[in-house]
Design a protein around this ligand. Structure first.
Ligand SMILES: [Fe+2]
Ligand SMILES: [Fe+2]
Length: 272
C-alpha cells in the first residue's frame, strides 16, 4: 500500500506532535493508519464497482414483465399508461417527427451535437442525429431497422453508419476512442457474447473502406447520455436541408420503401 506521508503526519497532529512520539508509538500509529486506509479503500472499491447481472439473470426477468424489451418506446410507457399522441401534420417533415414522435430525443441530439463540435463530416453528424430514432418503433437489430427507415432520404454513407453502429458498439477500438460501455454489461449481461450475425458483420467492417463512418457514430454515442445537457434540433437545420430529401407529400405519404414505417410511427395506436 502506498503511504501518503503528509496525510499520515497530519492525522497525528502534525510534524511537531510526531517529533514528540516514541518510535514504538509511531510504528503503532502507522500500522493503525494503514489498516484504516485499507478498510476505506475496500469500501470505496465496493461502492464503485457495480455488480453487473449475468445473461441468465437478465433472461430470468423476461416473465416478470407484460411487455417485451424490444418493444419500441412509442408502444410502451415507462411509467403508468401511455398518453394520447398529438396528431401529425398533413405533410410531416423530419422535424415534425422529432418534435411529436421522437421527443425528447436527448441522446441522438447530444451525440450529433458532439459530432458537430468535434468537426466531423456532415454525413457522420446526420448519422449521429438519426442513429437511434428507430428505437421508438422497435429495438432489436435497430441498426438495420434504422438504416432502412432513413435509406430513401439520406446519403449512402449516413445509412451505412446507422446500419453498422449497432455492431461496432460491441467491439472496442481504443485508437478511435471507443471502449466497451458499462451500459452493455448492464443491459446484455456481463458474460454476453454477440450473436453470429453481429460477429460476421464486424469481420466484414474491420476491412471496409467506410469502417470509420459507423465507428465515429459509436464514439459520439458513448458520451451522449448526460442528463443535464441542453440540446435542440435547430443547429442541424442546415445539415438536414442539405442532406435529407424531404418528400413534398410528407414522410409516410410518399410511397418510398419505408413509408409504412413512418406511418406506423405517426399512428402507433392503429389496431391493424
Ligand atoms: Fe444505437
Ligand atoms: Fe445511441
Amino acid at each position: 500500500m502506498e503511504i501518503d506521508r503528509r496525510a499520515f503526519i497530519a492525522s497525528l497532529g502534525g510534524t511537531a506532535a510526531v517529533s514528540l512520539m516514541e518510535s514504538e508509538a509511531k510504528a503503532d500509529a502507522l500500522e493503525h493508519w494503514m489498516e484504516e486506509q485499507l478498510d476505506e479503500q475496500v469500501a470505496a472499491n465496493q461502492g464503485q464497482r457495480e455488480k453487473f447481472p449475468t445473461v441468465a439473470e437478465i433472461e430470468a426477468q423476461i416473465e416478470t414483465r407484460n411487455y417485451r424489451r424490444g418493444a419500441g418506446s412509442l408502444f410502451v410507457s415507462g411509467r403508468g399508461n401511455v398518453k394520447k399522441l398529438t396528431p401529425m401534420p398533413k405533410n410531416p417533415t423530419l422535424k415534425d417527427f422529432f418534435e411529436l414522435r421522437f421527443a425528447p430525443a436527448n441522446h441522438v441530439l447530444q451525440s450529433a451535437t458532439r459530432a458537430m463540435k468535434t468537426g466531423m463530416s456532415e454525413e457522420v453528424i446526420l448519422a449521429c442525429l438519426l442513429h437511434d430514432c428507430v428505437l421508438n418503433l422497435i429495438k432489436p437489430d435497430h441498426g438495420w431497422w434504422g438504416a432502412q427507415l432513413f435509406e430513401p432520404y439520406i446519403p449512402e454513407k449516413s445509412t451505412f453508419a446507422i446500419r453498422y453502429h449497432q455492431t461496432l458498439r460491441f467491439y472496442p477500438d481504443s485508437d478511435a476512442g471507443y471502449e466497451y460501455p458499462d451500459q452493455y454489461f448492464r443491459i446484455f449481461g456481463e458474460d454476453y457474447k454477440p450473436p453470429a450475425h453481429i460477429e460476421a458483420t464486424y469481420k466484414m467492417l474491420k476491412n471496409h473502406k467506410w469502417y470509420m463512418e459507423p465507428r465515429l457514430v459509436t464514439v459520439n454515442d458513448l458520451y451522449a447520455f448526460d442528463p443535464n445537457a441542453k440540446v435542440s434540433i435547430d443547429p442541424f437545420t442546415d445539415i438536414i436541408g442539405r442532406h435529407f430529401k424531404q418528400p413534398k407529400e410528407g414522410l409516410g405519404n410518399d410511397n418510398s420503401p419505408s413509408a409504412h414505417m413512418w406511418r406506423t410511427l405517426a399512428n402507433p395506436d392503429q389496431p391493424l
